[in-house]
Design a protein around this ligand. Structure first.
Ligand SMILES: [Cu+2]
Length: 119
């Protein structure tokens, strides 16, 4: 522990953790409802989806962020989802509700491949 926290700092931390607790309690799933939906991040960088394959639970959200200097898309092979153009530095969010295996590509660069598995 780096030094003794002053009283104000301690109180601030206390309030912060209390707020965190409240936030968690507010989104707690009902008993037996399974796992809580979470968000997964996929980075598009150097003409690659990273991670290339991802497995999520139905109800989870996946966010693709384009770190390349040019636009990409996230387009399912069966067209069940299509981000359309994701500009440089932009993100696209998708809530995975349908279970299945969804290979996807970038429609601008079809050699870019990824796979979304929804359980
Ligand atoms: Cu692309």
């Amino acid at each position: 522990m780096p030094g003794l926290p002053c009283r104000v700092g301690w109180r601030r931390r206390c309030i912060a953790s209390a707020l965190l607790l409240c936030a968690c309690a507010g989104t707690m799933p009902e008993a037996g409802a399974g796992t809580q939906p979470v968000s997964h991040a996929i980075i598009i960088d150097g003409m690659k989806f990273s991670p290339e394959a991802i497995e999520v639970n139905a109800g989870d959200t996946v966010v693709w962020t384009n770190k390349d200097a040019f636009p990409h898309t996230v387009t399912a092979g069966n067209h069940s989802f299509d981000s359309k153009e994701i500009g440089s530095g932009r993100s696209w969010k998708f809530k995975a509700t349908v279970k299945g295996v969804f290979p996807y590509i970038c429609s601008f660069h079809p050699t870019m491949k990824g796979k979304l598995v929804v359980r």
